[in-house]
Design a protein around this ligand. Structure first.
Ligand SMILES: O=C(O)CCC(=O)C(=O)O
Ligand SMILES: [Fe+2]
Length: 330
């Protein structure tokens, strides 16, 4: 069966979650099924709260590389990753993505769970509040999906997904600060800010900040690289960009979509730095087995990723496989 190309990314007013969660669930499920991306307005943070985080991010990336390298990224995907260190699309962009990033994991008992550079450490309460706020948003989105998928109460009902992503459970959730440096000359070679990829976890909250370049793959079934069609996912004022990751696709036997995306250099943006922030929500030890919903074809559970013995992979195992493929060095 061919799937229609994606023609637009819906904008959803998330204040609906409080007034009419069923209707909100329907809109989110529709976007999750047909696009894999959507924008949320009124998602819970003020503009100032988001801008404060962007200003910390800028201060951090402005510090000398040697200092940033003291916090080098580790196997748990926490810390600083330098320009070109990661290649999310190694086949096409083997020299790596033109970006640097810093990953902060969930705090434990309101204390940082990793050594933080001074820029973030002095504002750790604000960072903690932002991370927990992001977790609240992903929890609400997952509740919407569970309501719309009509997961029976006996199976966990509206908490089916969120109980597998509880804040205090060990998982590799990270808040990723991203900086794509400006080029000091027009880009003449085939280069990329972040190559084509799907996200590895369950949900991603993406905060964009003025400078565009994000694109999503409009035709999921493109037979080869040349036939890929791209749709811009522009910065929409005061909106959060949300996308689904691979784990939600597998949990739902491909009913929901983890749409591939990338950030390119454009003539209008290449001479400007781009800052974004992504909160990646991951399922940790949760098994990637089919969601108990009448909308999910349980018979297709063979589509799910399994271990060699046929047992379902956990979200954490999937993450590890994908990270090992994208980092040349830790
Ligand atoms: O910076 C962006 O807009 C996209 C980042 C992204 O796709 C990622 O970090 O997975
Ligand atoms: Fe991504």
């Amino acid at each position: 069966m061919t799937v229609a190309d994606i023609s637009h990314i819906p904008i959803i007013d998330f204040s609906l979650f409080k007034t009419d969660p069923e209707q909100c669930g329907k809109l989110i499920l529709d976007a999750a099924q047909n696009v894999g991306f959507f924008y949320l307005r009124n998602f819970g943070f003020t503009r100032d709260e988001v801008e404060e985080m962007f200003s910390l991010s800028k201060n951090f990336f402005d510090t000398p590389k040697e200092e940033k390298s003291n916090y080098a990224i580790d196997k748990a995907n926490i810390g600083y990753s330098s320009v070109r260190q990661e290649a999310v699309d190694p086949k096409n962009y083997g020299k790596g993505d033109y970006k640097e990033s810093f990953h902060i994991t969930k705090f434990k008992n309101n204390k940082p769970a990793q050594p933080l550079p001074p820029v973030f450490d002095t504002e750790k309460d604000k960072v903690n509040k932002f991370v927990t706020g992001c977790h609240t948003i992903v929890t609400q989105i997952m509740e919407c999906l569970a309501i719309a998928l009509e997961i029976p109460e006996s199976e966990g009902g509206r908490t089916w997904f969120s109980s597998r992503h509880a804040y205090d459970d060990p998982s590799n959730d990270v808040l990723r600060f991203l900086h794509y440096p400006a080029l000091d000359h027009p880009n003449e070679v085939d280069d990329i800010r972040i190559g084509r990829h799907s996200d590895y976890g369950s949900l991603t909250l993406l905060f964009q900040n003025g400078v565009g370049g994000l694109q999503i793959q409009a035709n999921r079934d493109a037979p080869d690289e040349e036939s890929i069609k791209w749709l811009d996912a522009p910065v929409v004022d005061d909106c959060l960009t949300v996308n689904l990751g691979d784990c939600l696709e597998w949990w739902t036997c491909n009913v929901l979509r983890s749409t591939k995306h990338r950030v390119i250099f454009t003539p209008a943006t290449q001479m400007k730095p781009r800052y974004s922030m992504a909160y990646f929500c991951q399922g940790g030890q949760a098994k990637l087995e089919p969601v108990p919903s009448r909308f999910i074809p349980q018979s297709q559970s063979k589509l799910l990723r399994t271990n060699e013995d046929g047992s379902p992979l956990t979200a954490a195992q999937h993450l590890e496989i994908r990270l090992n493929a994208t980092y040349s060095s830790y």
